[in-house]
Design a protein around this ligand. Structure first.
Ligand code: EPZ
Length: 417
């Protein structure tokens, strides 16, 4: 099992390009099933979660070939309507294949999805929405048996919570439905807009993606298109956390600063100076960070839950006490136990986490608990005194493309062992 070995307290400098967004390309890969012929996905990050979705597409009879950051998919060989447990369990976003297969073939059989253990992560909103669209879904022995004998039909759907996955699922299922679907209280994340841009390039009619209300006019069929995935705003926030934790100045390229609207002020509150222009963002950190009065994770455009762990790692060495409130997932502080092994002083109480900043963290043997928790351990190891060994980095590989290579290029002493 690979591990990362980091020798901390090295200043970072230089420039790094930010990869394509995992949480954009995953729903786009499911959505590509709706389109006949060939789709070309540019800026597609090479991640284990992406590989998992590619394997599902191949299992369903599609061709999918990667060359560098470009993935070419051809769905003409699509000939199956079931997805085995072994493939479903790899990621959370595999559930979105349900709507895609159902919309294209009228039936599908698959098991419940997997994903990082950051909470129960139910799919009730997904299933309720699909039933409203006319799907007959039977849940039995952890399997979902779904049919839409008369096709899916457009309807009004109001989400109890602006769920990213449920919003994406509805957009995908409704594209080929009879009639118009209107989603209210929809998620507004940039990845929702990117998915709509992909589908509309395939011939779909989706309006208002990225707003609170999305309208999908069903069309007869979709054809493959070429699409370039937006940059990963959470990977950008992770590099910013690394710069903040080590008192460094680095430049990120290929980012969309507008997608970091709630993230940039948090780093400025910690005393960082951020200058952005076009698709470049420069962050300069002080020798000692200021603490964060209170960071509450919220649906977009609020502070993203996925950035909570990496930013917390930087706050562990701030000059004072920071408070984090995790409003999206019920179990997303698992990284705090591992950070404590490095000397962090953290107390959690339900959704509230209090971080008492220390002068210094110390290298230790730590183990990743989930994707963003692993990123937090990397950030902490960069500013810790001595060596840190980070285990279970398979979690990191779900969402970060060669993170250790990128950090090495910035001057970090980090290697895979
Ligand atoms: C997406 O997960 C992202 N994953 C997550 O990123 C991200 O943290 C999350 O959105 C919030 O931004 C992908 O896009 C692949 P939700 P998703 O549905 O769709 C509850 C990462 O680190 N809920 O917006 O699963 C749910 O339990 C990952 O990259 C229901 O109760 O998030 C959670 O508490 C982690 N029932 C809340 O809503 C449902 O049917 C938000 O979940 C669906 C969700």
């Amino acid at each position: 099992m690979s591990k990362l070995l980091v020798t901390g307290r090295k200043k970072l400098s230089g420039e790094v390009s930010v990869q394509g967004a995992k949480n954009s390309v995953l729903p786009i890969l499911s959505a590509s099933l709706l389109a006949r012929g060939e789709s070309v996905i540019y800026n597609c990050p090479d991640l284990s979660d992406v590989e998992a979705s590619v394997n599902i597409l191949r299992y369903l009879g599609c061709r999918a070939e990667r060359s560098g950051q470009t993935l070419v998919i051809n769905t003409d060989g699509f000939d199956r309507c079931d997805i085995p447990d072994s493939l479903m369990r790899k990621t959370r976003s595999s559930i979105v294949f349900l709507g895609a297969v159902l919309a294209r073939a009228g039936r599908v059989r698959l098991s419940f999805p997997g994903g990082c253990e950051i909470g129960l992560r139910p799919i009730d909103m997904h299933l309720n929405a699909l039933r409203k669209l006319g799907a007959e879904i039977r849940e039995r022995h952890g399997c979902l048996d779904c049919r839409a004998p008369y096709g899916l039909r457009g309807c009004k759907i109001s989400l109890d919570f602006p769920s990213v996955g449920a919003t994406e699922h509805i957009m995908i299922a409704a594209c080929l439905a009879n009639g118009t679907t209107c989603v209210t209280n929809a998620a507004r994340e940039p990845e929702i807009r990117d998915l709509a841009d992909f589908l509309n390039s395939c011939g779909a009619k989706i309006y208002g993606a990225g707003e609170g209300e999305v309208v999908i006019d069903g069309v007869g069929s979709l054809s493959g298109c070429a699409h370039s995935v937006i940059p990963d705003r959470i990977v950008a926030a992770t590099f910013m956390s690394a710069a903040a934790a080590t008192g460094s100045e680095i430049t990120l390229t290929d980012v969309i600063p507008a997608h970091l609207g709630a993230v940039i002020p948090v780093f400025e509150d910690m005393g960082c100076v951020i200058r952005s222009s076009g698709t470049t963002l420069r962050i300069g950190a002080p020798e000692r960070l200021k603490p964060l009065a209170a960071v509450s994770t919220m649906p977009y455009p609020g502070f993203p839950t996925d950035a909570q762990a990496p930013v917390m790692a930087a706050a562990c060495v701030a000059d004072g006490t920071s408070v984090f409130i995790e409003n999206i997932f019920e179990n997303r502080f698992r990284h705090t136990r591992e950070l404590a092994r490095m000397g962090a002083k953290i107390k959690t109480e339900g959704r509230v986490c209090v971080v008492e900043g220390r002068e210094r963290l110390y290298g230790a043997k730590v183990d990743s608990t989930d994707l963003r928790g692993a990123a937090a351990l990397v950030v902490a190891s960069l500013c810790a005194e001595g060596k840190t060994r980070i285990g279970s980095i398979r979690y990191l590989e779900r969402g970060y493309e060669n993170l250790e290579v990128a950090l090495s290029s910035l001057g970090a002493d980090i290697k895979r062992i």
